[in-house]
Design a protein around this ligand. Structure first.
Ligand code: LER
Ligand code: MN
Length: 271
């Protein structure tokens, strides 16, 4: 298991220079602390220069673990279940562009907030629409050798696919080997009966893992039992990234990222 850090950057579409600067600084910081990879959120892959990212990657010896895609939902309302068919098709197109970017810079493509919400619609119909949309993107991704992961989000962030079981049902229905599950300890702490049991149950489709403590502070600053979770991940032979996705607490981005690294690498080393 390798450690990755989610780094925040400005929206490249609005400020390409700031994006590149922040990406470079974030990658430098992650490397200096000891992380093996970074995870980046991108709203619109068309405005990203993969060559620049690749040269930063090789300069620093860091990988891209995953690409977050939720900004397109927050900023442009693009969703895989939108009632507005144009927005749904644009969401599919956007994810296909993420797939193309991933084929150049690496990283799994994350399907999180871009799922949209059910609202007052029929949950089963919306889930079917979601399944159909994801299948189309997964088939496209397969041609590029790219993997997609769906992330269950807690009830305060979305009104469907809140649990590992619900999300696994969709993944198993589509049944493609480039489509898997992303579990996040922050969401699981709210939604799962047992974090460890859910990890074990979905071991065959688990492809990516987010960590934050119960309060979304750096791991070690809340009450999630990371020793037990890592023991379970070892037991199931998980070999993907552990990606730190927490608020910049305590002490700001650099301090919390260091604290997370120290705490997690000690557990990984058997401490
Ligand atoms: C994204 O990975 C995530 O966990 C969401 O909570 C972001 O809003
Ligand atoms: Mn997450």
């Amino acid at each position: 298991m390798k450690l990755s850090l989610v780094i925040s950057t400005s929206d490249a579409a609005f400020n390409a220079l700031a994006f590149k600067g922040e990406l470079e600084n974030g990658m430098k910081m992650a490397k200096e602390i000891g992380y093996n990879a970074v995870e980046i959120a991108i709203r619109d892959p068309k405005v990203i220069d993969p060559e620049k990212i690749n040269s930063l990657k090789s300069e620093m010896g860091l990988d891209i673990s995953a690409i977050g895609t939720g900004q397109a939902y927050l900023a442009e309302k693009l969703s895989l279940t939108s009632e507005d068919e144009k927005l749904r098709l644009r969401a599919i197109e956007r994810l296909k562009e993420h797939v193309e970017l991933s084929s150049k810079i690496g990283g799994l493509v994350i399907i999180g907030l871009i799922r949209g919400i059910v609202g007052n619609r029929d949950k089963e119909k919306v889930t079917n629409l979601f399944t159909e949309s994801v299948k189309e993107v997964a088939e496209y991704a397969k041609e590029f050798g790219v993997k997609l992961v769906i992330e269950p989000l807690n009830r305060y962030e979305s009104d469907f696919l809140n649990t590992a079981d619900e999300t696994a049902q969709v993944i198993e229905k589509i049944s493609m080997d480039n489509l898997g599950l992303l579990l996040d300890t922050f969401h699981m702490n709210i939604e799962e009966r047992s974090i460890e049991e859910s990890i074990k149950k979905h071991r065959d489709i688990l492809m990516h893992f987010h960590v934050a403590d119960s309060n979304r502070w750096a791991p070690g600053y809340g009450h999630i039992d990371f020793h037990s979770i890592f023991k379970t991940l070892f037991e199931i032979g998980y070999d993907g990234y552990i990606s730190v996705e927490c608020m910049p607490l305590p002490g700001g981005t650099e301090f919390s990222s260091k604290e997370a690294y120290k705490f997690l690498s000690k557990i990984l080393d058997g401490g």
